[in-house]
Write a protein that binds this ligand. Structure first.
Ligand SMILES: [Zn+2]
Length: 330
């Protein structure tokens, strides 16, 4: 039999660690919380007897070990910290809670940009993870809670939150492809339209007014801005790419997006003969399969209480003549 190899101190340590790791895998929740409680108490006891320098070293050691930990270990550690914090908060008095909040606020003030963005990223990930497992009822409650907390927030907190949201949106947009960006823009528009639709009439009117004012302001600013040659040439190229691609289903003219509205049954009163004729299926023309648009001219004539036949409507029978471009000399 070969002599049993003597393990080095390092190997012994490694074996011990492995054994402990395995034991942790199978331990019950209760045993786990007991073990962690013990470890925490032990650590607290130890920290008390540490010098300032030792404390710093300890911090550094922890920081380093966090840098090399696996994703799994990280999420396990954070879960444990969360549980512990939740447990602790339960036993806190109101005053202690306030103090805790203040302590956190202060530590946030001192944190570096890097630490901040890391903290926020973690919070986002965690919130996204949590939302996935939420019931619909919980989601509604969560929304309500957020709405309430926004109502009570200070101006400073609000502007901070909005700034952060803007920064995050800008950052996120930069990582998107052209197509994804377009998709996001579409979704945003849709959400905005639904939001407006669900508003009380007075609030909606006010909102639209504000929007128009903002848009006018933006346009004025854009006009006053002195462009570099590169910017101007980019603008020109963009404008060249922008072709009229929308067909009015009533007059069949080819138009830009800004000159048409999406066709909606409810916009028009089909009791009137004019409306019936204009939107009769033989007169309709789709922009894309299933997509109907109406130019603002036709739309304004047809949505009236007493609809008018739009001058250029195909149903009006005044179709455009083909222009002869052949050789006249023959
Ligand atoms: Zn039209």
């Amino acid at each position: 039999m070969p002599p049993k190899k003597k393990l080095t101190a390092k190997e012994l340590k490694e074996r011990d660690r492995e054994r402990k790791r395995k034991a942790r895998e199978t331990e019950s929740n209760e045993a786990k919380s007991e073990r962690l409680q013990y470890l925490r108490e032990h650590a607290a006891e130890k920290r008390k007897s540490m010098t300032e320098q030792e404390k710093e070293q300890d911090k550094e050691r922890k920081r380093k070990s966090r840098e090399i930990e696996t994703d799994e270990a990280r999420s396990g550690r954070l879960e444990c910290l969360r549980d512990y914090a939740a447990e602790k908060r339960k036993s806190m008095t109101e005053q202690e809670k306030e103090e805790d909040k203040e302590r956190k606020r202060k530590s946030r003030e001192l944190e570096t940009d890097e630490a901040r963005s890391e903290r926020l990223e973690y919070q986002r990930d965690y919130a996204a993870e949590k939302r996935k497992t939420m019931s619909d009822e919980k989601k509604v409650q969560d929304k309500e809670r957020k709405r309430k907390s926004r109502e009570m927030e200070s101006d400073e907190a609000r502007s901070g939150r909005l700034e952060y949201q803007r920064d995050y949106a800008v950052e996120k947009r930069q990582t998107l492809s052209e197509k994804e960006r377009e998709e996001m823009h579409k979704q945003k528009k849709k959400a905005e339209a639904t939001r407006l639709d669900n508003m009380p009439e007075v609030q909606r009117a006010e909102c639209l007014k504000q929007k128009r004012l903002k848009e006018t302001e933006r346009r004025h600013k854009a006009k006053d801005k002195v462009l570099t040659i590169a910017e101007a040439s980019l603008n020109f190229k963009k404008k060249c790419k922008d072709l009229p691609e929308f067909v009015c289903t009533v007059c069949h003219r080819l138009l830009w997006r800004r000159s048409v509205v999406v066709y909606k049954n409810s916009n028009y009163d089909f009791q009137h003969d004019v409306v019936k004729r204009c939107f009769a299926s033989e007169n309709q023309r789709e922009t894309n399969p299933g997509e109907l648009y109406v130019c603002t001219t036709c739309h304004n004539d047809l949505k009236r209480k007493r609809p008018l036949m739009p001058a250029q409507a195909v149903a009006n029978g005044l179709q455009l003549q083909m222009i002869w471009r052949g050789d006249f000399s023959v």
